[in-house]
Design a protein around this ligand. Structure first.
Ligand code: COA
Length: 281
């Protein structure tokens, strides 16, 4: 059953309200063990990212990061048609230069950069169209899995604008400059299989298996040291930051691991031939 189902939606919303007192209008949140699932829930607008949705997402990701029990986050879209069909065009089509710049800067700050720099790993389960801001949201996530019907693209130049939530940077990082330029200039959508060949998504699965596949990967991640995973995220991200030496960051993060309880537990468990139970400290 897809999360877009109305009975299920009501149930999840109720659970969420009693979980942390937050009421969201555009997203659903659900906790399964150590996995936080966040679902964008505007299926009639193909989950387009309006201002309120971006704010709610920023809030939900921050809460998940602050919750010491969450060890992986899955972000997906409601319904079978779209992950996210882009930023909500109806909200910005009359914007001025200043307001356009502000829209982009705020989006970077409260959602796209925030997600990339979370120390809790984020898996995007791309369940259909991932266009514009939708693909940008998938790209700032740490890992992407797509359903076989997914279509990915950056159609902004068809609207007279460019990707403004990190797309010009992260697409080039993920697939190389030439392919990124082709995708941005032509505005063409690529299939999930092409996206896999290009290295834009890690894996492609039938749509009905998408969420389960993402949950399986999240569970695998959740068994490992969250402190070490946080260090790994910081190290990998460091290589893509201006003026930061990724190798030096790795050395620093590697050293820091030796002072953690997780390291003691992981190495002791190995020596004692048992499975580690990481305290996450
Ligand atoms: N912003 C605002 N609304 C959007 C949207 C977006 N990015 N993408 C889809 N919608 C809305 C449509 O306006 C429509 O609303 P309506 O029923 O009130 O008219 C609804 O979602 C369904 O979309 P529709 O276009 O009817 O579906 P479709 O199957 O014919 O086409 C797409 C699907 C994805 C090809 C098409 O919706 C599209 O091109 N969307 C915009 C993609 C885009 O340019 N994104 C980048 C934005 S920067």
């Amino acid at each position: 059953m897809f999360i877009g189902d109305s009975f299920y939606n009501g149930l999840v919303l109720h659970l969420q309200q009693t979980q942390n007192g937050m009421t969201y209008n555009n997203i659903l949140t659900e906790i399964e063990g150590a996995i936080q699932i966040i679902t964008i829930n505007r299926p009639d607008k193909l989950n387009a990212l309006n201002k309120e949705t971006i704010e709610e997402l920023g809030n939900a990701f921050s809460s998940a990061e602050a919750d010491g029990n969450v060890r992986a986050i899955i972000i997906t879209g409601s319904g079978e048609k779209a992950f996210v069909a882009g930023a909500d065009i109806s909200e910005f089509y009359q914007f001025s230069v200043e307001k356009g710049k502000e829209l982009s800067a705020k989006g970077h700050e409260i959602l796209f950069d925030l997600v990339e720099n979370l120390t809790t790993p984020v898996i995007a389960a791309v369940n259909g169209f991932a266009l514009g801001g939708g693909l940008e949201l998938a790209m700032c996530s740490h890992i992407r899995i797509a359903s076989d019907n997914a279509k990915l693209g950056l159609p902004e130049v068809t609207l007279g604008v460019i990707p403004g939530y990190g797309g010009t940077q992260r697409l080039a990082q993920l697939v190389g400059k030439g392919k990124a330029n082709e995708m941005i200039f032509t505005a063409a959508m690529i299939s999930a299989e092409e996206a896999k060949q290009w290295g834009l998504v890690n894996n492609v699965v039938p749509q009905e298996e998408l969420l389960e596949t993402a949950k399986k990967m999240a569970s695998k991640i959740a068994r490992n040291s969250p402190v070490a995973i946080a260090s790994a995220i910081r190290s990998v991200n460091a290589g893509f930051k201006d003026g930061v030496n990724g190798y030096q960051s790795e050395i620093k993060e590697f050293g820091k691991c030796f002072g953690t309880e997780d390291f003691k537990e992981g190495t002791t468990a190995f020596m004692e031939k048992r499975k580690a139970v990481f305290p996450g400290k």
